[in-house]
Design a protein around this ligand. Structure first.
Ligand code: SF4
Length: 428
């Protein structure tokens, strides 16, 4: 039996937001019925290909899945249940845009089995929503949350963006404050990354609009984290915060590099030991599926080198970090043996910490030879700042979980460390 998670990509939107580089199509609602037929066919085809599949989580993302009718979601989930086993506690998330929610449809989604809803709020400022090209107002977003609660959703995520052109620190904190009054179980807070090929990218790169300065951005992040912490939201990933026990299990699958099967055009998969994707081409995907052909291409070589780098890259996004026992089991060596210079430097600068079990638990022993050979000022810095080196830790017992994680400071500059790891790997 193949175990994993299922991702379904719904590529339809009412209009393209200015910053969006996801695969999504505006003005294609005529194709939705054909899409649902093809998707159901694809579920059958993939189930026949992989045999028995057990899914712990399902994520219906996009695009704007809330453009689909309740009967569509109900049909898709029924076909999934016919073709694979959904675990009794299966987390089934659906994304929605506040400008498209309908009360009756929400109830149908929930009755069909959707038990987590992720709402793309982005901001509670009408002016910034217009800048982003969103189709809804702040009042509609607030009403959407109330509709979700009335429809019985008790696990709701709100997506929020910061670092927007014209956004001040106080307007961002007002958005966070408004979000908190709605008591969502989960908050995803992303800074705007202007992408080439988007309207926002064009405006930013041409100098037509300016993004907030780096210091302002850092202050926004710091204030936001403080506010969320005070209200009981724990940061568990670079951009994600949740009340206790409400972390998104589906996204944890990606960050832990566990298997997932992607369905629909533009979806990616790492399943059955292979990485592959469906090209972002609705028409091509529908034509192929209707001819009973799978429409996919291999994604990368899936080599151990690529997989172990990805395990670090994704794992370090999580506050709990990388599971070292699993890493050694899968790749034969510890990260410090593969990237010795980078990991040593990260430790020296207190960018990384080691953990035993689920809580920070460190046994100190003698200084390592590494430290003895370091220059004096570095020795001082290390002893003062880095009480968690793995070479001072007692070996974990066979059942003890051992993890390698970034400190908050390390998370802020994670990308720079990943680049160094990549360069070290290339140098061999
Ligand atoms: S609603 Fe979401 S997927 Fe659709 S265009 Fe906007 S950001 Fe992109």
């Amino acid at each position: 039996m193949e175990k994993g998670s299922v991702y379904i990509h719904v590529p339809f939107c009412v209009q393209k937001c200015a910053y969006c580089d996801f695969y999504s199509l505006a003005g294609m609602s005529d194709s939705m019925a054909g899409y649902v037929d093809a998707l159901c066919r694809e579920i059958w085809m993939q189930a026949a290909r992989f045999g028995e599949i057990r899914a712990e989580t399902v994520y219906i993302g996009g695009g704007t899945p809330s453009l689909l009718e309740g009967k569509d979601i109900s049909r898709i989930l029924s076909v999934l249940r016919e073709c694979m086993e959904l675990s009794p506690a299966c987390e089934i998330t659906m994304e929605g845009n506040p400008g498209t929610l309908r009360e009756a449809a929400l109830e149908e989604y929930r009755k069909a089995g959707v038990n987590r809803f992720s709402l793309g709020v982005q901001s509670f400022s009408d002016c910034l929503l217009r800048t982003l090209g969103r189709i809804h107002t702040a009042a509609q977003a607030a009403e959407a949350v109330r509709m979700l609660r009335r429809a019985g959703f008790s696990n709701v995520n709100l997506d929020i963006m910061y670092g927007l052109p014209g956004q001040t620190e106080s307007s961002f904190l007002e958005t966070v404050g408004t979000a908190l009054t709605m008591s969502p179980e989960h908050l995803s807070c992303y800074s705007l990354i202007p992408e080439e090929g988007t309207e926002m990218g064009r405006r930013v790169f041409s100098g037509e609009v300016q993004l907030p300065q780096e210091e302002v951005l850092l202050r926004m992040e710091e204030e936001m984290r403080g506010l969320l912490k005070q209200n009981g939201y724990e940061r568990y990933e670079v951009s994600n915060y949740a009340l206790a026990g409400k972390e998104c299990r589906h996204n944890l699958v990606y960050w832990e590099c566990e298997p997932y099967l992607g369905l629909g055009p533009g979806a990616h998969s790492d399943f059955g030991g292979r990485r592959f994707s469906h090209p972002a081409n609705l028409r091509g995907w529908m034509q192929a599926i209707n001819k009973k052909e799978l429409f996919e291409e291999p994604e990368d070589d899936g080599s151990p080198e690529k997989r172990r780098f990805d395990r670090m890259m994704m794992g370090l996004r999580m506050v709990r970090g990388v599971d070292l026992n699993r890493f050694v089991r899968d790749f034969g060596r510890r990260p410090e043996e593969i990237w010795p210079d980078t990991v040593r430097e990260m430790r020296r600068l207190s960018m990384i910490r080691d953990e035993l079990g689920s809580t920070r638990s460190v046994e100190l022993s003698n200084l390592s030879t590494d430290e003895e050979t370091m220059p004096n000022d570095q020795n001082a810095a290390t002893s003062e700042l880095d009480p968690t080196r793995s070479d001072r830790m007692q070996s974990p017992g066979p059942d003890k979980e051992e993890r390698l994680a970034l400190t908050e400071k390390g998370m802020d500059v994670m990308n720079a460390w990943l680049v160094r790891m990549m360069e070290e790997e290339e140098k061999g």
